[in-house]
Ligand binder design. Structure first.
Ligand code: ADP
Ligand code: C5P
Ligand code: MG
Length: 222
């Protein structure tokens, strides 16, 4: 598509459509879903992306933990139980948290319309909830998939558990989280794979090596 630069010297007839087109693109969230096993390094890499590119990082897990901790939350106890059991919280809760966070981000700064949505969609329920609430309201650019063996994932989470204070960074919860990942999340990644939307990264290497791959993908995708 040809874009005309918005300038006062350009005729109004030419500049208005392209200006509106740009505004509409700016307003529509551009989303990268970030998936991978527990401990694959999603959060770590998202932080590095935010340092280097114009993205806002929204972690579904972080949003759920914040909601769990919020005084007066009606869902706090349910979220706590699901997290400890490594189960996926019903999407009605998660999608509202994500939608609100996206809206708040864009209300504060209209230029912040690129989002890394980390740890979502993690199962069919998540996917359907996204479609119901967000389809047409946001564009999914692609899925960043941090691919890592279960063993490496478990060891990283156990190491993280020494200081994270997380109720699910223990062996018992981790076994359940890995099962949930294999049974519920992998099929979602495969669905996107069939659509040609998955960008797979070998996440077993060092943080910097993984980030070099991430950068190459982001620069190619634009
Ligand atoms: P996720 O968000 O996918 O669960 P995190 O980014 O929180 O994963 O990383 C899990 C743990 O592993 C953290 O303690 C983090 O410091 C560590 N970690 C992340 N990436 C790597 C890596 N490439 N190599 C070694 N350790 C890593
Ligand atoms: O991504 P993270 O490891 O922070 O997720 C922690 C937990 O939060 C998951 O194991 C799950 O219980 C819950 N979660 C969820 N739905 C999501 C993301 C996270 O229920 N989409
Ligand atoms: Mg994380």
């Amino acid at each position: 598509m040809v874009h005309h630069e918005w300038s006062l010297s350009a005729g109004l007839c030419h500049s208005v459509p392209s200006f509106l087109y740009r505004v509409s693109l700016m307003m529509k969230p551009q989303v990268v879903f970030v998936l991978g096993g527990p401990g694959a390094g999603k959060g770590t890499q998202c932080s590095k992306i935010v340092e280097n590119y114009n993205y806002t990082h929204l972690s579904a897990g972080d949003l759920l933990r914040a909601e769990r901790a919020r005084e007066g939350s009606e869902d706090g106890q349910l979220i706590a139980n699901y997290i400890k059991e490594g189960k996926i919280v019903p999407v009605e809760i998660t999608i509202n948290l994500l939608k609100r966070a996206m809206e708040e981000t864009m209300q504060k700064d209209e230029k912040k319309f690129r989002f890394l949505i980390d740890g979502f969609p993690r199962n069919e329920d998540n996917l359907q909830g996204w479609k119901k609430v967000m389809e047409g309201k946001a564009d999914i650019k692609f899925v960043l998939f941090f691919d890592c063996s279960n063993e490496v994932c478990i060891n990283r989470c156990l190491e993280r558990g020494k200081s994270s204070g997380r109720t699910d960074d223990n062996r018992e919860s981790l076994e359940k989280r890995i099962q949930t990942y294999l049974q519920s999340t992998r099929p979602i990644i495969e669905l996107y794979e069939k659509e040609g939307k998955v960008r797979t990264i070998d996440a077993s290497r060092s943080v910097d090596e993984v980030f070099a791959e991430v950068k190459a993908i982001l620069e190619k995708e634009g």
